[in-house]
Design a protein around this ligand. Structure first.
Ligand SMILES: [Zn+2]
Length: 198
């Protein structure tokens, strides 16, 4: 059978995921052979390859440009991830601020790094830490990562809590120097003066 998007071969794990999703539809009380659902397991299996692609991504941060600068802030990096407790999306924005030592990362490298950790089963706190930890392992002085996200598992079910969850992680001199951290935070939240400190 050929797939609508024309991609040639399905690997074994994709086929297994398809079978499991078909079984899931049956267990939910559905008829997986009806018109609207017949392609759903295949579509979902293919989608999972993309949204869980972070496990196979390598997003090297090494390529950088030589610059003299104090702090660099990459604001509003969009991300989509999957809550590992409910397998429902959580999504929002990540801000990365770092103090370089002579070199800076390209913005696209930081966006790739966010994808590498977002596209897998996650919790927001770990996502924030993993990004900060990978950046601090390179030759920089300090990093601050903030993630702001909405969680569908909170919106769609249970108490239907609609709040925005904010997680923060700082490493290196961003951890040691509160004044520096406050300066950077005021730049990130220039339009939201109520959030100046963590
Ligand atoms: Zn959840």
């Amino acid at each position: 059978m050929t797939r609508p998007n024309g991609s040639a071969k399905k690997n074994n794990s994709t086929k297994k995921i398809e079978r499991l999703l078909r079984q899931l539809l049956i267990e939910l009380g559905e008829n997986p052979d009806r018109e609207g659902l017949i392609q759903t397991p295949a579509r979902m299996a293919e989608m999972y390859e993309e949204i869980f692609g972070g496990y196979r991504m390598n997003a090297e941060l090494e390529v950088s440009f030589s610059e003299e600068t104090d702090a660099i802030i990459a604001k509003n990096i969009e991300f989509y991830s999957m809550c590992e407790h409910h397998m429902l999306p959580f999504y929002g924005k990540i801000h990365i601020a770092y103090i370089p030592s002579g070199k800076v990362f390209g913005i696209s490298k930081l966006a790739r790094l966010v994808e590498k950790y977002a596209r897998r089963m996650q919790i927001q706190e770990r996502l924030t830490k993993q990004i900060a930890d990978e950046i601090i392992r390179t030759d920089i002085k300090g990093v601050l990562v903030i993630a702001e996200a909405e969680h569908l598992c909170m919106k769609m079910r249970g108490v239907k809590n609609d709040s925005l969850i904010v997680t923060v992680c700082h490493r290196g001199i961003m951890e040691e120097q509160r004044q520096l951290r406050d300066q950077v935070l005021s730049l990130i939240y220039a339009s939201k003066p109520e959030m100046r400190s963590v």
